[in-house]
Design a protein around this ligand. Structure first.
Ligand code: NI
Length: 184
């Protein structure tokens, strides 16, 4: 399919609440998923939500695309190894405990920056895959963080809106001068 351009923070389409998918058999959904996968892979993202490419539907993908499994690690997020490539449609997240932890996040819609964001440590997420089959998983840590970040996009929320300490928001190169972190 195609690598799409990713909307950047400030584009009003990123603030909108996305609509649920009702037709799992549509050609449009197949094309959307292929475009999302191609785009995420090309930009070495660990997740992507449909609104980021201008499609206001409740669809997210995350993890390492199958093609990349044997290739080198995702250089932006070496921790992404533990997250299986997942298509998640109409997701619902439930926190499994009150515990949250801070962690650094970036976003393809906020290129060149990182921020420390609190997220629930353990969550259950439910939704549907591309065939319309139920997905129901309990996850923690980085996997849980990625899912919370991506699903926020479906409600028009970008990670900077969740930062508590704005001194922990800045340009990747200034925050991590000694680390070879690839720019988005
Ligand atoms: Ni994002």
């Amino acid at each position: 399919m195609a690598v799409k351009s990713v909307l950047r923070m400030g584009d009003p389409r990123l603030w909108q609440v996305a609509e649920p998918i009702s037709d799992f058999a549509s050609t449009g959904l197949r094309e959307l998923l292929a475009d999302m996968r191609d785009t995420m892979q090309a930009l070495q993202g660990v997740g992507l939500a449909a609104p980021q490419i201008g499609i206001g539907l409740r669809v997210v993908i995350f993890g390492n695309p199958a093609e990349a499994e044997t290739a080198e690690k995702n250089s932006r997020y070496p921790d992404a190894d533990g997250v299986p490539y997942t298509v998640l449609i109409n997701p619902v997240i439930t926190a499994l405990s009150e515990s949250s932890e801070e962690g650094w996040e970036g976003c393809l819609s906020v290129p060149g920056l990182r921020g420390s964001v609190p997220r629930y440590l353990k969550i259950r997420y439910q939704g549907y895959n591309e065939q319309g089959a139920l997905i129901d998983r309990a996850v923690s840590g980085f996997h849980a963080r990625v899912v919370q970040h991506e699903c926020d996009h479906l409600d028009g929320i970008l990670y900077p809106m969740r930062i508590n300490d704005m001194t922990k928001f800045g340009f990747t190169q200034e925050l991590f001068p000694n680390r070879d972190v690839q720019d988005e």
